[in-house]
Write a protein that binds this ligand. Structure first.
Ligand code: ADQ
Length: 499
């Protein structure tokens, strides 16, 4: 390990969540789903390192001795250490449900009507970032590479600085950065851009996000300077200088493709195909979130069934929904709306032998998900806005025969990479989205092959390891091989669980 540098990932949540079975006392852990975990886990696992994050449960509900005994074996099982941050119920309500999920998440996805700009949320956001800073200080040293992830932790570098602690902090924003007209609605807008400038690198998913950030900075510092060209530039603004980059996240392409070609998946795929009784499969896989455009997808499918009657009984929509943020009212409302639309469409179009929409509301094991990707003739992503969207890339990775069609929202970050070969749609435009469904349904094998093989090449070349390598390179001129392989990162002597 060069210079004793360790890879430390910091994010709101640890990559495992704690849960209890109904009527059972014993805590268990489950690996979390979600883009960030999917993307980073293979990397830390293979290269050593540790992960700092909140346990996902309020500390009032946790027995701390038990917590240590759960996280120890979990760390061993997943191959890297998990360092918990403990938050009480009030902090969870105001920092997580409040500032993160009711301000930044909707605002950055252009849905300002879903925002509640309560000052107590802002105070809790800063307070909790201070708690994270204390845990970081207790477990890391000056040599470590601190990779801070996402919008929950924007003030972390500033918190460390205020505590007069020097750390190498680099930031990646997984969600989009909004245009200035939207961003300016935030009461704490200047504070947030200043906080981002405290990192040595601020990295976005796409050029568009980076351009939006630089546009916002310009409002607060008209004399700002941008030096350089290409994916990484140096920005001098607000009395600080930092590098600002865009680097699209990706997936572990090879693992997805390998599992997709396994005998087990092949067998399950055949079973699933038989159960489709000759109908083609149109697949949706989304976290149940109002940014994913799920009602829009269902309505476009309804329009397709109305406008193109030959699709009836010949194209079935399977919508997989992973439960998410169930404590937030907007998410509960969305679930209800989706169920209503599904039952209306099924009521309207079902025949004695066919139900147009099947759906499942659960997180499914990876092999099952990959079986769905392999079986689906068409995958459809209709995000109203999305930082990247890993589902679109996972679907392509699993199409090992270079067939299948991807219908992709032009508002997903992955559209900038896949726009030539996916069928791009504006999910607000129901008629043209329905037309894309019909076009995908009738696309020739040759066209499918040409489009899919090209998308797969691009995703294979720029997989998650490419993403991590480039992030390390632009951050500190490091490569993945500068970090140890397959070895648990040693903890510092002063390390302890902060209780
Ligand atoms: P997310 O909003 O969570 O991520 P996305 O990129 O689509 O969105 O990732 C979702 C992940 O969950 C995928 O890896 C998918 O396989 C998995 N998943 C979805 N439904 C599932 C189910 N029912 N069962 C099991 N797994 C399921 C955020 C940003 C995105 C960005 C990622 C990564 O909002 O824009 O792409 O981070 O940076």
């Amino acid at each position: 390990m060069k210079d004793g540098m360790r890879l430390v990932v910091i994010s709101n949540r640890l990559p495992v969540s704690l849960f209890k079975e109904e009527e059972e006392e014993e805590w268990k852990t489950r690996q979390s789903s979600g883009g960030l975990v999917t993307a980073l886990s293979p990397v830390i696992k293979d290269r050593g390192g540790f992960w700092i994050g909140w346990t996902g449960t309020a500390r009032e509900d946790l027995d701390l001795k038990v917590l240590k005994t759960i996280l120890g074996p979990s760390s061993k099982e997943i191959g890297y250490r998990l360092i918990p941050v403990l938050l009480n119920q009030d902090e969870v309500d105001n920092y997580y449900h409040g500032f993160s999920n009711e301000i930044i998440w909707p605002l950055f996805h252009d849905l300002q009507n879903n925002c509640y700009f309560y000052p107590r949320y802002w105070n809790a956001y800063n307070y909790v970032n201070n708690i994270f800073a204390d845990v970081v200080i207790g477990h890391s040293n000056q040599n470590d590479f601190l990779w801070v992830n996402d919008y929950h932790l924007i003030p972390l570098a500033r918190s460390l600085k205020e505590k007069k602690v020097e750390r190498n902090c680099f930031f990646f924003l997984h969600i989009t950065f909004p245009s200035r007209d939207i961003f300016l609605k935030l009461p704490w807008r200047q504070e947030l851009v200043k906080d981002l400038m405290e990192y040595r690198l601020v990295c976005f998913q796409t050029w568009r996000d980076r351009r939006n950030f630089i546009d916002c900075l310009r409002i607060f510092d008209p004399h700002m300077k941008v030096q350089g060209r290409g994916p990484v530039v140096t920005v001098e603004a607000l009395g600080r200088s930092t590098r600002v980059a865009s680097l699209p996240i990706s997936i572990d392409f090879r693992t997805f493709a390998d599992i997709a070609s396994s005998n087990a998946v092949e067998a399950k795929m055949n079973e699933l195909k038989t159960s489709m009784l000759g109908s083609k499969l149109l697949l949706g896989v989304d976290r149940l979130d109002y940014t994913k455009g799920i009602p829009q997808k269902l309505q476009a499918y309804r329009t397709a069934l109305e406008t193109y009657p030959h699709l009836r009984e010949k194209l079935t929509l399977f919508q997989l929904l992973v439960p998410s943020r169930e404590d937030v009212p907007a998410y509960r409302d969305l679930k209800r709306d989706i169920e209503q639309i599904i039952s209306q469409i099924n009521g309207e179009f079902s025949t004695s032998g066919w139900v147009p929409i099947r759906h499942a509301y659960k997180s499914v094991p990876r092999e099952e998900l990959i079986t769905m990707y392999r079986t689906a003739d068409i995958a459809m992503v209709t995000s109203l806005k999305d930082g990247m969207n890993l589902v679109s890339k996972e679907y392509c990775a699993c199409r090992i025969n270079n067939d299948g069609v991807l219908i992709l929202s032009e508002f997903a970050g992955s559209a900038s990479q896949l726009k030539k070969n996916a069928l791009l749609v504006n999910p607000y435009d129901r008629e043209t989205t329905a037309e894309a469904i019909d076009r995908a349904f009738s696309m020739s094998e040759k066209e499918q092959y040409n489009r899919m093989s090209s998308m797969r090449r691009s995703i294979r070349r720029r997989d998650v390891f490419w993403w991590v390598n480039n992030f390390l390179r632009v951050s500190m001129n490091r490569e993945l091989h500068d970090f140890p392989e397959r070895e648990m990162a040693p903890l510092l002597p002063q390390s302890r669980v902060r209780v």
